[in-house]
Ligand binder design. Structure first.
Ligand code: TEU
Ligand code: CA
Length: 558
């Protein structure tokens, strides 16, 4: 485990619907990805995490799967998939598949059978309960607004769906469900894939009795304590590991809503009995959190440092970290923690990249992050496609809890659709994403922000990310070094060091648009050093540094 390939790797996430359309129907597809593999090779990433490409009615853009062994028609065919997989492998790029097995689509044949009758062999594949006093079996709210239960008149019972009503939750306590899932995973492994990103895997084991949750302002209960890191989750993952994962050499990353460091030490333990690593949410929840997402709070730097440092320190030599600012569920990081203005967009994007990529763990880059793509000026509700955003608007505005203008403002700031507009390839119409009508609007700033322009310019965000990736491969201190935070209380600078075999890496990031001066620690003063990377082309640095707006500099003391 000590030198597992995934500890030295950088992962790039592709959201296929928005990456590259090869046939002009306005929807990204597998052949589009194959076309762009050389671009990714040039960036230098090692692994692609592919958001779901399985057959799906697309209630939640592929996170509702109706056939785990088939490809979504809009994305192509299994032949296209196989071609993409081997073209990636030819270039030394690995492919990690999204595995969505907390729930299926309601159009999956298992569910179609399950809802037919109480004695159907597939009945217990899902979670069915009687109503209580003519209402839902408990008070849980679904992640996409409204009750987490749907009434089905066929058998006069309710089924559980933590997400949309077209995403019924599987019953993992049923051994047949586990057999089916493990067989299916094995089938993909035999095809030669390189790992799995496991969707909300922390939620597969529910507390028996499904108790009511604490009520929120909308009148629903919070399922969190009864669902996240539930009673059998580690047992089921260990079984998965024994029966499937351990037979192959895979990267596995569990998306773990509600995970704490204590839990992460189990999920991602160094002995390798469960997963390689987890995605934690604590740093992303600092400006609102899961249920309080719709607000315009800003992430506080002192809290951010405290949170990330806790993960860095507590997992050290016990479990492995993942590192991310962005994914298909999060708004763009430049608009959230950096500065999207013309003057500071690039420099702040580079600073944020530096701050993350010099940490311990496996970094994940979300498509377009390497260009410093920004949030999107959505104008009206009709511009949004995301089920979470649309339902949240209806719920909060409908109940009079948030004013319509305020809710639009929050959606523009936090909606998942900010990450889902098309990848900006060049300055031609629709950013070179499609020759047809894109399924979601293109960010109008594509004429300035696009891959073609950035590839042509040495000091672009793209080339900076390329260098960050390269440095990780050249300096073991970036992969293995022990992390420690400096200046925990400073509200402007994020400074930390990494130490390995007498080498010290000092990472200094200015999170403000003002000049801030910084003195290196006493014990490093006068010591021989070099600048590894800097977003202001700084070549040397004194023991006392005047950092410019959003400046980042990394010093290596040999
Ligand atoms: O997301 C799970 C999850 O925790 C979400 O509630 C997430 O926090 C939210 O979208 C942020 O606003 C996963 C997938 O990444 C997401 O795209 C899916 O919609 C969801 O599971 C259901 O499969
Ligand atoms: Ca297409």
């Amino acid at each position: 485990m000590a030198d597992a390939w995934w500890k030295q790797s950088v992962v790039y996430q592709i959201y296929p619907r928005s990456f590259k359309d090869s046939n002009g129907d306005g929807i990204g597809d597998l052949n589009g990805i194959t076309e762009k593999l050389d671009y990714l090779k040039e960036l230098g990433i090692d692994v692609i995490w592919l958001s779901p490409v399985y057959e799906s009615p697309n209630d939640d853009n592929g996170y509702d799967i109706s056939n785990y062994r088939g490809i979504m028609k809009e994305f192509g065919t299994m032949e296209d998939y196989d071609r993409m997989l081997s073209a990636a492998h030819e270039r030394g790029i690995k492919i990690v598949m999204d595995l969505v097995v907390n729930h299926t689509s309601d159009e999956h044949p298992w569910f179609v059978e399950s809802r037919k009758s109480e004695d159907n062999p597939y009945r217990d594949y899902y979670i069915w309960r009687e109503g209580k006093d003519g209402k839902e079996p408990n008070n849980w709210e679904s992640c996409f607004s409204g009750p987490a239960w749907e009434y089905d008149k066929e058998t006069d019972m309710y089924y559980l769906h933590l997400f949309s009503k077209k995403q019924p939750d599987l019953n993992w306590d049923n051994p047949k469900v586990r057999d089916e899932v493990f067989d299916m995973m094995d089938w993909w492994c035999k095809k030669g894939i390189d790992g799995f990103r496991m969707d909300v895997i922390s939620m597969i084991s529910k507390v028996p009795g499904l108790p009511d949750g604490e009520l929120n302002e909308k009148g629903y209960g919070d399922f969190g304590p009864y669902v996240c890191n539930g009673p059998h989750v580690h047992e089921y993952l260990q079984e998965m590991n024994r029966r499937v994962l351990s037979k192959y050499d895979l990267l596995t990353v569990g998306e773990c809503s509600g995970v704490t460091v204590e839990e992460a030490k189990k999920y991602a333990n160094n002995a390798g009995t469960e997963l390689s690593m987890v995605f934690q949410f604590e740093h992303m929840d600092l400006d609102g959190g899961e249920s309080m997402k719709w607000c315009d709070r800003k992430i506080n730097l002192v809290e951010l440092k405290e949170t990330l440092s806790k993960w860095q320190e507590e997992l050290y030599q016990k479990a492995w970290n993942s590192l991310y600012w962005c994914n298909h569920d999060q708004p763009r990081i430049v608009s959230r923690l950096g500065n999207p203005s013309e003057e500071y967009r690039e420099v702040s994007a580079k600073m944020l990249g530096t701050c993350l990529h010099m940490m311990q763990g496996t970094p994940y880059i979300y498509q377009g992050e390497e260009l410093g793509m920004t949030n999107v000026p959505f104008e009206k509700l009709e511009d949004f496609r995301d089920i979470e955003s649309i339902h949240a608007y209806e719920e909060f505005v409908g109940k009079g809890l948030i004013q319509p203008e305020d809710m639009m403002y929050y959606l523009r700031y936090k909606s998942r659709d900010n990450a889902r507009t098309p990848m900006q390839w060049d300055d031609s119409e629709n950013a070179g994403f499609t020759t047809g009508n894109p399924w979601i609007m293109v960010n109008p700033n594509y004429r300035e922000i696009n891959a073609k322009e950035q590839l042509s310019r040495e000091d672009s965000v793209f080339h900076y990310y390329q260098k960050l990736i390269r440095l990780r491969k050249e300096y073991p201190v970036i992969v293995q070094g022990r992390y420690s935070l400096l200046l925990p209380e400073d509200e402007r600078l994020y400074v930390y060091q990494r130490a390995l075999d007498g080498q010290i890496l000092l990472v200094i990031c200015n999170f403000t648009d003002r000049e801030v001066s910084y003195k290196v620690p006493e014990e490093l003063k006068g010591r021989e050093k070099k600048v590894l990377i800097s977003n202001y082309s700084r070549e040397t640095a004194d023991d006392s540094v005047a950092l410019k707006a959003y400046e980042a500099v990394v010093l290596l003391y040999e």
